[in-house]
Design a protein around this ligand. Sequence first.
Ligand SMILES: Cc1ncc(COP(=O)(O)O)c(C=O)c1O
Length: 365
Amino acid sequence: MSETPQPQQGPRLREALRGIPAYKPGKPAAGGDGAPAYKLSSNENPYPPLPGVLEAAVAAADSFNRYPDMGVSALVAELAQRFGVPESHIATGTGSVGVAQSLLQATSGPGDEVVYAWRSFEAYPIIVQISGATSVQVPLTEEDGHDLDAMLAAVTERTRLIFVCNPNNPTGTAVRRDELERFLDAVPADVLVVLDEAYCEFVRDGEVPNGIDLYRDRPNVCVLRTFSKAYGLAGLRVGFAVAHEPVAAALRQTAVPFGVSQLAQDAAVASLRAERELLRRVDALVDERTRVVAALTAQGWTVPDSQANFVWLRLGERTLEFAAACEAAGVVVRPFAGEGVRVSIGEVEANDLFVETAGVFRKGL
Ligand SMILES: Cc1ncc(COP(=O)(O)O)c(C=O)c1O
C-alpha cells in the first residue's frame, strides 16, 4: 500500500473514522392536518420545564455575551452536597454522552478494548470508534438483560473500560445489586467500569443498586448521570460523572472548555431545587409505564421488565412495519431494524394511541 500523500483528496483524516455509524436521533413527530403527532422516539420527558427552572434559564440568557463559569461551581457544589461526595469527585460535560466521550479520551486509544453489552446505547460504538479503541460487544441474554458473566469473560489485558448501562437502553432491563457487586469485585482494578445511569430515577425495583453507593469504595467505578431524562433538560446538554480523583481529574482535563453553558448550569441547579415536584412527574411517568406494560401484556406481547422511561418490543422482521403502523397512527417510535422497537413513555394520550395501535397490529400477527 502506498503512503504517498494525495493532495487532491484534501486533508488526511484519521483512519479510525472510516465507516463510523451515524448517530440516529429519534425522529420528530410529523403531525399536520390536525393529525395527532407524538414523539416517543427519544426517551425525552414530555413535561415542559418547571417554572423555577425556566426562570433560571431566562435569567442566565441575559449574559450570553459572557463565557460560562468554567468550573461549573454552583452545580458541582449542589451535586456534591446532594450525593454526599467531595466536589473533586464530580465532573460535568455536554450531556452524559459528552462525559462518556471524555472517559474514552482519558482511558482508551488504538490497541485498547472497550467492553459493553449489545444491544445497548447506540452512542457507545460511535464514541469508542472515534477514540481509536476497539469495541467488544457482548450479546444480551435471552431476557434482554446484561450477561455480566460473559462480559467478564470478554475482559482481556487490553480492556480499558467497560460500560454497564443500567437500566439498559433500549431494552429497559436493569442489573441487580448482587450480580453487579460480584461483577465489580471480579473486574481487574485497572479497568474502569462506567455505570451509565441515565434512567436511574425511573427505577422502582428495590434490588437495583444506586451506582453512587457502589463507587464509594471502588476507585475503578465511575457513575454517569444526566439532566436530559427525568430532569427534562435534554435540550440544554448537561450531564456529569461521579468518580474518584484520578478519573474525575482526567475528565476535567479532557472536557471541552466552557462546554456546559451558563443557561444549562443554572437550569440544572434550579431543577435540583425543584426536585420534589420534578420527581412527582417521574412518578406519574412510572405509573404510565406500569399501565402501558400491563395493556401490552394483556394484548399478548412479551415485554421485558422496564425500569426506564421506555418499553421494548422485540419484533424481529416486523420491526419496520410496526414502526410505520405507529407513525401512520400519529406516534413516532424508535425502530432498530430486524431487532425491535423502543417506545418512550410520554403523555397519556400518546401512550393510549400507542397501546391502541399495538393492539391492532398484534391481532394481525
Ligand atoms: C443510556 C444513555 N446514556 C446516556 C445518554 C445520553 O444522554 P445525554 O447526553 O443527553 O445526557 C442516553 C441518551 O439517550 C442514554 O440512553
